[in-house]
Design a protein around this ligand. Structure first.
Ligand code: TUI
Length: 317
């Protein structure tokens, strides 16, 4: 099966499909499975210290000789250590999230790395395009985790009108219909997070995966708006507690403290009542845990079928 855009060539991958760099869930195991299956696997550095991420990088290098990336979460207290680490380990591709990576770009490029920031607005994407980035991941509000305001449906075409570099669509995509839609909006690839969490190879706690399988269409809600860092997670005891505190107008430091360490608690320990179960709005559609290879193959074949069928509309078939 052939599905080729500028993204395949840029990352030297078979399919223009990236796996989101989700903190704690995007480990070396998951990323290796995605890269081995023809996509781009990404290790999520999240808030983890340097040694933890070095281990994950070593793991993926042992499991596959295919390209992979590390996602650097720019709000992490260890961000400078992680920047040093990815350069030392000669990680070929870096994605960034939750901030402006401007001040690190020169160092990555001097070391021959590809740099692909996640953006949620046109203004930041245009500013970064001037700094020699290779592509952008445009993430809509449908996504899990830290989210911007615009939806994928509105963000992608506005970016496509204003950028020359390739765009990878993220947020709300979990199957071939989503990939076909993204291509039609002007993207040249997709990134999926929630879909890959519910894979056989993802090492997230079984409770976390089950919570996504059980989620319905309106269960992935946004909390933490008052902190300036809104986060989409599945509705549970923690999200309701945070909602109440926000309604009372409690100081942002207290809300932030309430959420601190809660992602690890859910993903690693499986505490899905009191932990933060970050997941996207597409959770309601995901009803099976299947191998990464199958996820990717299903998506590619459905996308090709849709693109083929589209011709029938104009032929009147
Ligand atoms: O980064 C993500 N998703 C995340 S990060 C994360 S850890 C966290 N936990 C609690 C609070 C905040 C973070 C969990 N999920 N996705 C990529 C992404 N980046 N989405 C939106 C953005 C973004 C937002 C603002 C990128 C740049 C940006 O720029 C602001 C500026 O400084 O111009």
């Amino acid at each position: 099966m052939l599905l080729e855009t500028r993204i395949n060539r840029l990352f030297e991958i078979k399919y223009p499909i990236l796996q989101g760099g989700m903190a704690w869930a995007a480990t070396g195991e998951l990323a290796a499975a995605v890269s081995s299956s023809g996509g781009l696997g990404i290790i999520g550095a999240g808030n983890a210290p340097q040694d933890v991420i070095r281990e994950e990088i070593r793991k993926i290098k042992q499991k596959t000789d295919k390209n992979f990336a590390v996602n650097i979460m720019l709000l992490s207290p260890f961000v400078d250590d992680i920047v040093k680490l990815v350069i030392e380990e000669k990680v070929p591709i870096v994605t960034t999230g939750a901030g402006n990576p401007g001040k690190y770009i020169d160092r990555f490029k001097e070391n021959g790395m590809k740099v692909v920031p996640v953006v949620s607005s046109v203004i930041l994407a245009k500013r970064l395009q001037r700094l020699d980035i290779d592509a952008v991941i445009a993430e809509g509000n449908e996504a899990g985790g830290h989210v911007g305001e615009l939806t994928t449906m509105t963000l992608i075409p506005q970016l496509a009108d204003q950028l020359d570099i390739p765009i990878i669509a993220a947020g709300g995509i979990a199957d071939g219909r989503g990939l076909a839609a993204a291509l039609n909006l002007g993207a040249e690839g997709i990134q999926m997070g929630t879909r890959f969490v519910c894979s056989t190879e993802c090492t997230a706690h079984p409770n976390y995966k089950k919570a996504i399988l059980n989620a319905k269409d309106r269960d992935a809600v946004v909390t933490g708006r008052t902190t300036g860092h809104p986060v989409r997670n599945l509705k549970n005891r923690l999200s309701r507690e945070i909602d109440k505190l926000e309604q009372k107008g409690v100081k942002k430091e207290i809300i932030e403290e309430k959420g601190s360490g809660k992602l690890r608690e859910a993903v690693v320990e499986g505490n899905i009542d009191n932990g933060s179960v970050m997941a996207g709005q597409i959770s309601g559609m995901i009803d099976q845990i299947i191998p990464v290879d199958k996820i990717i193959k299903n998506i590619v074949s459905k996308t090709i079928e849709i693109i083929d069928n589209n011709c029938a509309y104009i032929k009147g078939e």
